[in-house]
Design a protein. Structure first.
Length: 301
C-alpha cells in the first residue's frame, strides 16, 4: 500500500510521468535559450556599438530596419532560399531515402557514398566548392570546359543558385537518412498484400510509402525550412554575401550589421525576426499537418 502511494506521489498524482523528470531539460532550455532570447529582444530596443554603454532607443531600430532596403532584400532572399531549397531537397531526399531502404547489397555501398557530405564541415565544403568553381584554376579550367570555367560566384544572377546547389549537396544526405529509416519501419505485410492485389511499384509508392511517411515528411520539411533560416557559415565562406548583396541572407546580414557595422541594435532586430519566422513556420507546419496529435501510423501500435 505504501509503495503504491509513493509511486503515485512520484508521478505527481496523475497517470503520467512526474513533471520533475522534465525539470533539468526545462532548466537548461530556460538558461541557454529563453534568457538569451529575452536579452536579444531588449538589445533590439537599445543603441549599442558593442563597446560603449547601451542607450535606450525604443522602436527606432525596428523602424530603421523596416525601412532599410538592404534588410528588405535580405528578407526576400531568405524566403526565396527557403522555398527553393525545400523544392530541391524534399523530392530528391525522399527518392534517395526510398531507394536506399532496399536490402540489396549495392544499395548499401551507394548509401555510404551518399552520406559522405555529412562528414564534412560547412566551412570545408564552402572552401572546396570555392576552389572548384574558381574561373582561373578551378575544375572548368583544369578540364578545358569553357562553359564551366566561368565566374559562378561572381555573377549576381548565378551566385544564389550556386549557393542552393552547395546547400542541397550538403544536407540532402541527412534528410535521405530520415526517409530511409522511415521506409524501413513500414510493415512489409502492406507491400506483400499490395503485390498480391496486383499493385505496381509506382502504385505501392503513392498508396503505401507516401502515406506512411507523412510524419517523416513533416519532420524533414520542418528541419529543412527552419534550417534554411540559419544558413550562415557556408554562405559566409563561399560568397560573404556577394557579389554585392546577391547572397546576403538574413543570418549573414545580422552578422555584418553587428560585427562589421557595429550596429548591435539593428543586428538584434534581425535576430528577433529570424526567431519569429522560425517559430511561425514550425507552428504552422505542426498545426496544418496534425502532427501535434502524435498518432502512430505503424501497424499494431
Amino acid at each position: 500500500m505504501s509503495a503504491s502511494i509513493s509511486t503515485e506521489a512520484g508521478r505527481g498524482g496523475g497517470g503520467g510521468p512526474s513533471f520533475w523528470y522534465a525539470a533539468p531539460a526545462l532548466a537548461f532550455f530556460g538558461l541557454f535559450a529563453l534568457v538569451p532570447l529575452v536579452g536579444v529582444v531588449v538589445l533590439s530596443l537599445m543603441s549599442w556599438d558593442g563597446l560603449g554603454t547601451p542607450t535606450w532607443a525604443g522602436l527606432d531600430n525596428w523602424i530603421r530596419i523596416s525601412q532599410d532596403p538592404v534588410a528588405r532584400h535580405a528578407l526576400v532572399l531568405t524566403l526565396e532560399l527557403t522555398a527553393l531549397s525545400w523544392l530541391i531537397q524534399a523530392p530528391i531526399s525522399l527518392l534517395l531515402g526510398v531507394f536506399m531502404a532496399g536490402r540489396q547489397r549495392y544499395r548499401n555501398v551507394l548509401s555510404v557514398l551518399y552520406f559522405l557530405p555529412l562528414l564534412f564541415s560547412a566551412a570545408a565544403v564552402a572552401i572546396a566548392y570555392k576552389s572548384l568553381l574558381d574561373p582561373n584554376f578551378g575544375i572548368g579550367e583544369a578540364l578545358g570546359l569553357d562553359w564551366l570555367a566561368r565566374d559562378w560566384l561572381g555573377d549576381p544572377d548565378l551566385a544564389l543558385f550556386v549557393v542552393m546547389w552547395v546547400i542541397a549537396w550538403s544536407f540532402i544526405p541527412f534528410h535521405s537518412l530520415l526517409y530511409q529509416s522511415g521506409v524501413r519501419q513500414i510493415p512489409v505485410t502492406m507491400y506483400e498484400a499490395a503485390r498480391i492485389d496486383g499493385a505496381s511499384t509506382t502504385r505501392q509508392f503513392f498508396s503505401i510509402t507516401l502515406p506512411q511517411l507523412k510524419y517523416t515528411i513533416i519532420t524533414s520539411s520542418t528541419l529543412m525550412i527552419v534550417g534554411s533560416l540559419t544558413y550562415f557559415d557556408l554562405i559566409f565562406v563561399l560568397t560573404q554575401g556577394g557579389p554585392g548583396s546577391a547572397t546576403r541572407v538574413l543570418p549573414l546580414d545580422m552578422y555584418l550589421r553587428g560585427f562589421r557595422s557595429y550596429d548591435m541594435g539593428g543586428a538584434s532586430v534581425v535576430a528577433v525576426i529570424l526567431v519569429a519566422l522560425g517559430l511561425t513556420v514550425s507552428l504552422v507546419l505542426n498545426r496544418l499537418s496534425g502532427a501535434h496529435r502524435m498518432e502512430s501510423q505503424m501497424e499494431g501500435i
